[in-house]
Ligand binder design. Structure first.
Ligand code: BGC
Ligand code: BGC
Length: 819
């Protein structure tokens, strides 16, 4: 499968930073609790629980206490490890499989895994105190790691609904489906208030406006955890919530993931902190520390904010969990050694693969007094308190056997409502609603793509590699439209590439971003499809054929789509709607006379950019003037249309492209394609496009092909297992050595890629070479000026059609190593 990854740019792919990206002066780094709102944890402390916890703590060894404070990931810890290392918690990271080994598994495998760990934690053996584990997972839009779950719209879509009551129901369903999978703890809600749409986690936030975040956070906490005061909640189908990421995750400069939030204390508290006090009042049991810094100081080490503000001023009585090895980013710490984070106020470190080392070094630090025992006892008390309040000390878990809870019709109905309510109508010149009796072409890459509908944090970490068959019970947007029109004598024809045999009455073109999550979702500018405007080309083609078009845009953020808006008769922002495509049809398809069945309700919870460069101004800066303001949204009842928009991107658009090095016969800006004079070149047909490829022929002398431009830092991409994908066809097999390399940094080697350039001739093929192989072969990935270079020492001839960065670890290779 070829992934159109044009938007999966990473900010770490830095083309020399323009001047506007330079920082404001650093501000304060120590919070003053008096400047923060006071709050109070409801429902967490009661005398009986505290007494039980005190008695337990009195019996615990240092090792048993430290064990409670360390969380391992099920990809790196096995049940039997718990006999030696008494960890208090396990998590399933985005890519971490249950014990069966397949990350994409149904409920049963997750329960078996939960039980296998629990069994060892609770087994009778000498010295064991039988303290139950708490098992956490990223149930951030439903329990979307598990096959068959109901998958809700990501938070950005939920923000557009402005419906706190529905948010609570979504929390309840998420809790039921998480508990039914044997898991006790959801790593959500994200209560970030994202201020820069370039951030790849924008979609995890409800709104750029703190008041929307604050109106939702207590409702989702109540939905997940149940009403305050209920005892033993988990048995009734509730799970612990985790308000995250504390604090300032949505405010980093340039929207860089894990970056630095350079704001004053009032902004940190009022904009980024707004979701916390109401969630704490609602009884939130846990909070997750953030990767980002505040004015240069990492949150995992900021005692004034973790301890004095969160636990002190805001009265938070639950426990603070760290983020994935986030403690290791504190200066002086490593993932396996970090007393500083516990001293700052972290109660449980997320030490996915580093748990063993962190356990050992922390035991050492407690014994030497470096980490005071009073701090340890406080952390353990908070963790045990949550375990008691969750009912984990009680054996019965009736929901675990409720197989029919997953993706039940009642749950899907709630998700469908949320989809319908979250759609925002940006433009309509009258083509919507669609007549149910019409003949509708449903076109575009997203028309029948559940992975584009569901986005990141779905089945896998980044949400890609998920075929429709992995979503039993789900409905694509095409599927929803088809059901809606066929009931009234209409017809829906699926056509991913936009071609048609008979001219349809209207085309619904579903397009947007390919799935991404943290890091990989960071982009350089707000331009949609930089370097390769496939959706625009389809819209133009349909328009030229005289077919009215309705664009349904699937995205994790507002993007600059003025050219696409101009080519569309109607344009709907559908965000990342999840598993229930019927909700889209409910609003788009009217009755057979074309009267609406249901009106649009959604309004923007994030303002929409006027140019691709509008991120230069912070959303709250004076003079910020978006195309569509916060709160914009048309409806059938109100009407309203949009005049032709400027197609000036407002920024050097080529800045945006960091991942497509060659496509359709050319290197898109800022890259350029060059060969030594010894290589002959001519345009030839590509696998799908006429003249969409270049034929390159080497003679006897060594020569080079080079694609260069900009300066890229590809180190983070290499860590995330991304690859360079080359679509090519051998004309004559290589007779000498062929090497792949990059230029720019201090390079000491090259990949021997001869195997890729020998063998069968005459057929198009795809090779995916891990970026990490470049590093392993001595290439410096931190300052790349030419990301794709081929050196051949002798005769060779091949045609090349496409070269780009993709994520497909399962079919990527290291050619040198393969030999
Ligand atoms: C993310 C968190 C997530 C955790 C566990 C981190 O990388 O930042 O949001 O809960 O991993 O998957
Ligand atoms: C994510 C995990 C994921 C891991 C992959 C982390 O940053 O939060 O959930 O599985 O990276 O390496």
């Amino acid at each position: 499968m070829r992934l159109g990854l044009s938007l999966l740019l990473s900010t770490s792919c830095l083309l020399a930073l323009p001047a506007f990206a330079q920082q404001a002066p650093a501000g304060p780094t120590v919070g003053n609790p008096a400047n923060w709102p006071a709050a109070h944890s409801n429902g967490l402390i009661d005398p009986a629980t505290e007494k039980f916890v005190s008695a337990l703590i009195a019996r615990m060894s240092v090792e048993q206490k430290v064990g409670q404070m360390v969380q391992g990931d099920i990809g790196s810890v096995k049940p039997e490890d718990l006999r030696k290392y008494p960890l208090g918690s396990i998590l399933a990271g985005g890519n971490s499989p249950p014990l069966s080994g397949d990350d994409r598994s149904p409920r049963k495998e997750w329960i078996d895994t939960s039980r296998a760990f629990e069994k060892v934690a609770m087994e009778d053996r000498a010295g064991n105190l039988n303290i139950p584990l708490i098992f956490g997972i990223d149930s951030v839009h439903g329990n979307a790691n598990v096959i068959g779950a109901t998958i809700f719209p990501h938070n950005i879509g939920l923000g557009a609904m402005r419906d706190p009551a529905l948010i609570r129901k979504i929390g309840e369903v998420t809790a039921i489906e998480t508990a039914a999978s044997g898991i006790h703890w959801a790593f959500g809600p994200t209560v970030a208030t994202p201020q820069n749409d370039r951030w790849g986690r924008t979609y995890e936030g409800y709104s750029e406006d703190p008041s929307v975040v604050a109106s939702y956070s207590p409702q989702v906490v109540t939905g997940l955890q149940g009403p305050i005061g209920t005892e033993h909640r988990i048995q009734q189908g509730y799970v612990a919530a985790s308000i995250k990421h504390f604090l300032g995750d949505g405010g980093t400069t340039d929207g860089v993931d894990q970056g630095d939030t350079q704001v004053d204390e009032a902004t940190l508290a009022g904009v980024h902190g707004a979701g916390y006090p109401p969630a704490i009042e609602a009884g939130a049991m846990t909070a997750m520390a953030s990767y980002n810094s505040w004015n240069g100081v990492k949150m995992h080490g900021n005692k004034s904010l973790l301890t004095d503000v969160l636990k002190g001023r805001m009265g938070f009585d639950g426990f603070i969990v760290g983020d994935w090895n986030g403690h290791g980013q504190i200066p002086g710490c490593t993932p396996t050694d970090c007393a500083a984070t516990f001293i700052a106020g972290l109660d449980m470190a997320m030490a996915p693969d580093s748990w063993k080392g962190l356990f050992e070094s922390t035991v050492r630090d407690v014994k030497s007094g470096k980490l005071p025992i009073a701090r340890v006892d406080d952390a353990v008390r908070r963790i045990l308190r949550v375990k008691v309040k969750l009912g984990l000390f009680d054996p019965a878990r009736p929901l675990e056997d409720k197989a029919d809870a997953m993706g039940s019709p009642a749950h899907r109905e709630i998700a469908r409502q949320a989809v319908a309510k979250s759609l925002v109508l940006l433009k309509n010149n009258g083509v919507l609603p669609l007549k149910a009796s019409a003949n509708i072409l449903v076109a575009g890459a997203g028309a029948d793509s559940l992975q584009m509908q569901t986005g990141g944090w779905t089945l896998s970490w980044q949400g890609d590699g998920n075929a429709n068959s992995l979503f039993p019970g789900a409905t694509s947007i095409y599927g929803g439209i088809k059901k809606a029109v066929e009931a009234s004598g209409g017809k829906a024809i699926l056509s991913a590439d936009g071609s048609f045999a008979a001219k349809p009455d209207v085309a619904v073109v579903v397009f947007g971003e390919q799935p991404y999550a943290e890091m990989r979702g960071d982009i350089r500018t707000l331009e949609f499809q930089p370097g390769d405007k496939q959706a625009l080309a389809m819209l133009k083609k349909l328009k030229a054929a005289g077919i009215p078009t309705v664009s349904v845009f699937l995205s994790g953020r507002p993007l600059w789509v003025n050219p696409e808006l101009n080519q569309s008769d109607a344009f709907v922002a559908a965000w990342l709607p999840g598993s229930e495509g019927d909700g889209v049809a409910d609003v788009l398809v009217g009755d057979s006379a074309g009267k609406p069945r249901r009106d649009f309700n959604g309004t923007l919870s994030f303002s929409w950019p006027k140019t691709a460069g509008q991120f230069k101004l912070n959303k709250r800066d004076p003079g910020y003037d978006p195309l569509f303001a916060f709160g914009y949204g048309l409806s059938y009842a109100k009407g309203g249309t949009v005049a032709a928009l400027s197609e000036d991107a407002g920024i050097d658009a080529s800045l945006a492209n960091t991942t497509i090095y060659f496509t359709k016969g050319v290197a898109p800006a800022p890259f350029s394609f060059a060969t030594d004079s010894k290589v002959t070149r001519s345009a030839v047909d590509g696998p799908a496009t006429q003249e969409g490829a270049q034929l390159l022929t080497w003679g006897a002398a060594p020569a080079t092909l080079r694609i260069g431009g900009g300066t890229l830092d590809l180190t983070r991409e290499a860590n995330a297992d991304l690859s360079i994908q080359i679509s090519y066809k051998l004309v004559t097999s290589a007779t000498g050595k062929v090497q792949l390399l990059m230029e720019g940094g201090a390079n000491k080697g090259a990949i021997d890629a001869t195997s890729l350039f020998t063998g069968e001739t005459g057929t198009w093929r795809t090779a995916k070479v891990f970026l990490k192989c470049y590093a392993q072969n001595g290439i410096d990935l931190s300052k790349v000026t030419a990301p794709f270079v081929v050196q051949a020492s002798g005769p060779l001839s091949f045609a090349v059609a496409d070269i780009r960065i993709v994520s497909d670890p399962n079919s990527s290779i290291c050619p040198g190593a393969a030999q």
